[in-house]
Design a protein around this ligand. Structure first.
Ligand code: PLP
Length: 429
């Protein structure tokens, strides 16, 4: 498999773009080697600039639940383009989108469109603070909520009282109000509420953590978060940027039957174009400008092309009642194959169309387990699969994104190469 053109582009890109990429994980830093520069994509397959074809399990990190270039979505985008790219004035499509969102996710009675998941989360937190009149928020270690200053934190040495920036360029003063708890650990949340009585505006959580690999919420964890936030007068924010429309038409909140106060969306909701959304019930969303005092704005918010792509994607998901079952079956086959063949080497978490293979045979239920799994072993696995035409996330801390476009043959081929990989590994040892 040649990678000459990718290599040339990467060398050139590094002269003009930090690390040669516009988002860090694309650089293959965690697995080594040359990132493949992509030429085109269709259905479940992508082609790189050297003409290599891959079955794609990144699917743009989640948006591609229908696969790439779904004909209906492409048509909707083309039609929207003919009508002009952006107006900076309201459009009918935005109203249709907000109405559809309130139908599919009833807790989002009122919603605001923005242009990325990062923006959605940043804004939802501002609203939670405005609504409660409190400053502090609780997030969980290993949950990712975009790259805004206040959320780039890790637990400090005295986790109860301190958190520290985990990026240069973030003043410690900006993360002072972000408290860090441990995923699936009720006790860590209770302690924070006890230590900061009446000061916590919101708890934000990925209802299924999918940015440290996939980590499922343990039985009772989400209902516990619902209960304690209610009791303490704080809001519960579900960051459903990945889980929204991925686990069910109504997201993780309908899947688990736990209703948050605010929800953030991204990825699938834009159908491959840049959209983020935040929303909740009227009383809370009435905080948002121009109705209320919480300022938030965007030149390209509700962009007609992006909204057309998102709307068409959501309509397809809403109309196709069998899609989530089909997705789950495919993901289950991958998960079961990895569990069976990789026994003793890996553990596999999976929910809906999100399988995740950790080189950590003892199981992964929080960030600590995830970071202790074998990164070098993952890199070996990644490159073996890539060499055989299967494009996995170039980092262990990411889900596999299965799409409706993945065929049975795609899944067969993926499983066969996984089996071969694990058999080779067992022979070696
Ligand atoms: C991807 C992601 C974000 C950030 O979205 P961007 O569109 O990349 O800014 C926020 N939260 C979660 C859970 C995500 O997976």
């Amino acid at each position: 498999m040649t990678e000459q053109k990718s290599q040339e582009l990467f060398d050139k890109a590094k002269r003009y773009i930090p690390g040669g990429v516009n988002s860090p994980v694309r650089a293959f830093g965690a697995v080594g080697g040359v990132p493949r520069f992509i030429d085109r994509a269709e259905g479940s397959h992508i082609w790189d600039v050297d003409g290599n074809e891959f079955i794609d399990y990144v699917c743009s990190w989640g948006p591609g639940i229908l696969g790439h270039a779904h004909p209906r979505v492409i048509d909707a985008v083309k039609k929207a383009c003919d009508e002009g790219l952006t107006y900076g004035a309201p459009t009918e499509k935005e109203v249709e989108m907000a109405e559809l969102l309130s139908e599919m996710i009833p807790s989002m009675a009122i919603s605001r469109l923005v242009s990325s998941g990062t923006e959605a989360v940043m804004s939802a937190i501002r609203v939670a603070r405005g609504f409660t009149g409190r400053d502090k928020i609780v997030k969980f270690e290993g949950c990712y909520h975009g790259h805004s200053d206040g959320l780039l934190v890790k637990a400090g040495s005295a986790a109860l009282t301190t958190s520290v920036p985990n990026s240069a360029g973030v003043p410690a003063d900006f993360t002072r109000h972000t408290l860090v708890a441990s995923y699936n650990d009720k006790d860590s949340v209770e302690k924070l509420f006890a230590a900061h009585k009446g000061q916590i505006a919101a708890v934000i959580v990925e209802p299924v953590a999918a940015n440290m690999g996939v980590v499922l919420p343990e039985e009772g964890f989400l209902p516990f978060l619902r209960e304690i936030t209610k009791k303490e007068g704080a809001l519960l924010i579900f960051d459903e940027v990945i889980t929204g429309f991925r686990l069910a038409p109504g997201g993780a909140q309908s899947y688990f039957g736990v209703t948050p106060d605010l929800t953030t969306l991204g990825k699938i909701v834009g159908g491959g174009m840049p959209i983020g959304v935040y929303g909740g019930r009227k009383e809370i969303m009435d905080q948002v400008s121009p109705v209320g005092p919480v300022y938030q704005a965007g030149t390209l918010s509700g962009n007609p092309i992006a909204t057309a792509a998102g709307l068409e994607t959501l309509r397809i998901l809403q109309e196709d009642s069998g899609i989530y079952e089909r997705l789950e079956k495919k993901a289950e086959r991958i998960a079961q194959t990895a569990r069976r063949e990789g026994e003793g080497l890996v553990s596999v978490n999976q929910i809906g169309s999100l399988p995740s293979i950790f080189f950590m045979p003892d199981g992964v239920k929080n960030y600590e387990d995830a970071v202790n799994s074998g990164k070098e072993e993952y890199a070996g696995y990644f490159h073996y699969m890539l060499e055989h035409g299967i494009y996995l996330a170039p980092s262990q801390f990411e889900a596999m994104f299965v799409s409706d476009a993945h065929s049975d043959e795609d899944i067969d081929s993926t499983c066969q190469w996984m089996i071969q990989y694990f058999q080779n590994r067992k022979k070696e040892s």
